[in-house]
Design a protein around this ligand. Structure first.
Ligand code: 5GP
Length: 120
């Protein structure tokens, strides 16, 4: 599959504010934060969209959530609350085609997570 900006971050070809790393995933602060806390958790394996997740990725995808919760606990906002979201394709606003969890926290988060402007 094609190279994305996130594969370059994994390979340290471009810089990122990395906050967590293990064998399977990487987490770094979003360059354009939408909340006081906004970081991304990405698998080291390149998977373009949710539609491309295969049965063999079952554990890997679960691992992303476990990593998100681990970071939330370490950073002290787990009990207060946070949102984890993954966009899929254009209508959901996906811009980087390497799956990633958005983790948002640090303020009350509205629901639903879109404005009328973006509604389809
Ligand atoms: P998407 O819109 O695909 O769900 O989310 C992509 C996210 O990646 C956006 O929130 C965007 O701000 C973030 N992003 C895009 N390029 C970079 C980058 O080079 N570095 C970092 N840290 N975040 C990025």
């Amino acid at each position: 599959m094609s190279e994305t900006i996130f594969s370059k971050i994994i390979k340290r070809e471009i810089p990122a504010d990395i906050i967590y790393e293990d064998e399977f995933c990487l987490a770094f602060n979003d360059i354009n934060p939408q909340a006081p806390v906004h970081f991304l958790v990405i698998p080291k394996k390149s998977i373009a969209t949710i539609n491309d997740i295969e049965e063999q990725d079952r554990e890997l995808v679960g691992h992303l959530y476990i990593a998100a919760a681990k970071i939330a606990k370490e950073k002290g906002f787990a009990d207060d609350g946070y949102r984890v979201v993954m966009n899929c394709n254009e209508s959901a606003g996906q811009t980087v085609f390497h799956i990633h969890l958005h983790v948002l926290a640090g303020k009350p988060l509205g629901w639903p997570p879109y404005t009328d402007k973006l509604k389809v």
